[in-house]
Design a binder for this molecule. Structure first.
Ligand code: IPE
Ligand code: IPE
Ligand code: MG
Length: 253
């Protein structure tokens, strides 16, 4: 119901030039792996493995769709609440995924970055993440950002802590603090704001993802579970974005 209403009103509006150019930065909340597995009578981790395989297909679809930045939500600061088996399985999946995909990502011109708090991750995983970032540093075809142990509130809290340290040390004058200042302390400091945020699995919520950065993003909630999310579905959503009217608080004369 909610999704239809959003889509209909966007379609009725006159597309804005910003939207007609297509989204430069798409962020995806990859949700529904657990339900996908459960529907097949399999453990949740089976769904996470199927979901991980989808990422490459969506990354590869980006250049043709002129999507320069793709950010995917892989593990939230709240996902530690899950069973030890699921969390350990996910951490092992991340290690295996990075090891297996590093060469292909490098060769396909993908620059990979991670956002989120690395402190709680194991040393081996952190090492693989650092290595992947370094190896792909010179790439510019697609910028893939993986949000791992990421939560917006956690990110903003960490940013404010660093900002306060700079004020206390005399490196920053509180009078100079504005929106741009805070942006520079966020994990996403080198990325443009998302133009389009997609969430799969039918849930119409943000779950602590890029709250500051998506203040003016367009949203698309689709019922498809993440392991079933194909490049054609992705392309359909990206092209639908072109018909939206982004006003950023302004009004047409
Ligand atoms: C998203 O799928 C992946 C992670 C949060 C790690 P879920 O595991 O949340 O799948 P559902 O929502 O339970 O189906
Ligand atoms: C959001 O999905 C996090 C990721 C996709 C990694 P969740 O499944 O954790 O979100 P909730 O619990 O449904 O809000
Ligand atoms: Mg979920």
């Amino acid at each position: 119901m909610f999704r239809r209403k959003v889509t209909d009103s966007a379609e009725a509006a006159t597309p804005s030039p910003e939207a007609q150019q297509g989204p430069r930065h798409v962020a995806v909340i990859m949700d529904g792996n657990g339900r996908w597995a459960q529907a097949r009578g399999r453990p949740r981790l089976f769904g996470h493995h199927a979901g991980a395989k989808r990422v490459r297909e969506i990354v590869n679809a980006c250049p043709d769709l002129r999507v320069k930045y793709l950010t995917v939500f892989a593990f939230s600061t709240e996902n530690w609440k899950r069973t030890q088996t699921e969390v350990a399985g996910l951490m092992s999946l991340f290690r295996r995924y990075i090891s297996k995909e590093t060469r292909a990502l490098r060769d396909e011109g993908v620059r990979v970055r991670f956002i989120g708090d690395r402190m709680r991750l194991d040393a081996k995983l952190i090492c693989l993440m650092d290595e992947l970032e370094t190896i792909t540093e010179g790439n510019d075809r697609v910028h893939l950002t993986i949000a791992l142990n990421y939560g917006s509130r956690d990110e903003v809290s960490r940013a404010i802590k660093h900002l306060a340290e700079d004020v206390a040390a005399g490196r920053l004058d509180p009078a100079d603090v504005d929106e741009e200042t805070l942006t520079k302390y966020l994990d996403t400091k080198v990325l443009p704001d998302p133009d389009l945020v997609i969430r799969t699995s039918g849930e119409a919520r943000i779950s602590n993802f890029l709250l500051w950065q998506s203040a003016y993003a367009e949203y698309e909630f689709v019922d498809t579970l993440w392991p079933d999310f194909t490049k054609d579905i992705f392309a359909g959503i990206v092209s639908g974005y072109g018909g939206r009217d982004r006003r950023f608080g302004g009004a047409k004369p």
